[in-house]
Design a protein around this ligand. Structure first.
Ligand code: ATP
Length: 299
């Protein structure tokens, strides 16, 4: 559905997005992760057709999105910093959206009011930060988009509202094949929602994988041997990290569970545990692998 091909976005002399290839299937939820300043927002805004690419292409259903009014009807971008016209009430904002978006669904807007439970005559800028975010989702979902592009979407929402909104998103994906691209630093949220993830660093996409594949491809090993670690232990594996915890050694290794288990057992360890990593741990070790590590800083 979304194809990004060799995409570059430059601000004056600074290249924020450098040759990105990205493919998102219809009806999937894609999580874009990355370090601060990696270029995620720049990429999202270019995919949403807000920024013009300096080179490369963003194709949605094989058509370029930039200045494509028809396509923009079907794509909603929710920015990390929301903007509403000054002094606008929710009702006025809804009317504005209904004038712009031809698929606007008034019935849905009314039904969602029961969930968000905010008086539509209230001025949006007088609402709390979390309530403004609720209004943004309320309006976005009422336009019946085919693609939702979300930049730090859950920022400011309480836990109950976050779950409600996630359920609504999942329902739209299941029922009408909504496609979602979401960037968040809350990796637990991404882990819950997404079926594919991409990790960006310094303007480039380092990894793009199904979440299940990503998780089945990297493991934590805790192991101890009676007579120290054998010399060639894990020599055929890509070890991302190792640490000694007394006699127990910890390794973060790329590889499938079966292969690692078979390999480690062949050395008859005294203690052996093989554990999956959370997305947060995978992110930290993958970033460490490209030189973006947590330092032991003493202040
Ligand atoms: N409008 C702009 N003009 C100039 N430079 C910009 C502009 N927008 C972004 N940049 C630069 O591009 C780089 C990437 O910024 P971007 O906001 O895309 O990163 P990000 O991955 O979303 O970061 P974060 O996780 O911190 O929100 C940064 O160095 C930023 O200073």
């Amino acid at each position: 559905m979304i194809h990004v091909h060799d995409l570059y976005k430059q601000f004056e002399n600074f290249e924020a997005v450098k040759g990105i290839e990205l493919h998102i299937k219809k009806g999937s939820i894609y999580g874009l992760l990355g370090s601060n300043g990696a270029g995620k927002t720049s990429l999202l805004k270019t995919i949403a057709g807000i920024y013009k690419p300096n080179a490369g292409q963003v194709l949605i259903e094989d058509k370029a999105i930039f200045e494509n009014i028809e396509m923009k009807q079907r794509v909603i971008f929710l920015a990390d910093q929301l903007y509403f016209f000054p002094n606008t009430t929710i009702k006025q904002a809804a009317r504005f959206h209904s004038d712009i978006y031809t698929n606007w669904n008034n019935e849905r807007f009314s039904r969602l009011q029961e969930i968000f439970n905010i008086d539509i005559n209230k001025k949006v800028h007088r609402l709390s930060k979390g309530m403004q975010r609720q209004v943004a989702f309320w309006l976005a979902l009422s336009t019946m988009p085919d693609i939702l592009i979300l930049d730090e979407p859950f920022d400011g929402l309480d836990a109950v509202m976050r779950q409600k909104i996630k359920n609504m998103l999942i329902q739209d994906v299941a029922e009408r094949e909504l496609t979602i691209l979401i960037s968040s630093h809350n990796l637990r949220e991404v882990e819950d929602l997404c079926d594919s993830v991409g990790i960006m660093h310094n303007g480039k996409l380092m990894i793009e994988k199904d979440l299940d594949d990503l998780k089945s491809d990297i493991h934590k090993i805790q192991v101890a041997f009676k007579t120290g670690v054998p010399d060639d232990f894990l020599s055929n594996y890509n070890v991302l990290y190792k640490e000694e915890r007394g006699s127990v050694k910890l390794f973060i290794v790329r590889g499938k569970e079966d292969s690692i288990e078979h390999h480690v057992h062949s050395y008859s360890p005294a203690i052996f545990d093989l554990l999956p990593l959370t997305l947060e741990e995978i992110f930290i070790y993958e970033m460490r692998d490209v030189g973006y590590a947590i330092e032991n800083i003493v202040v």
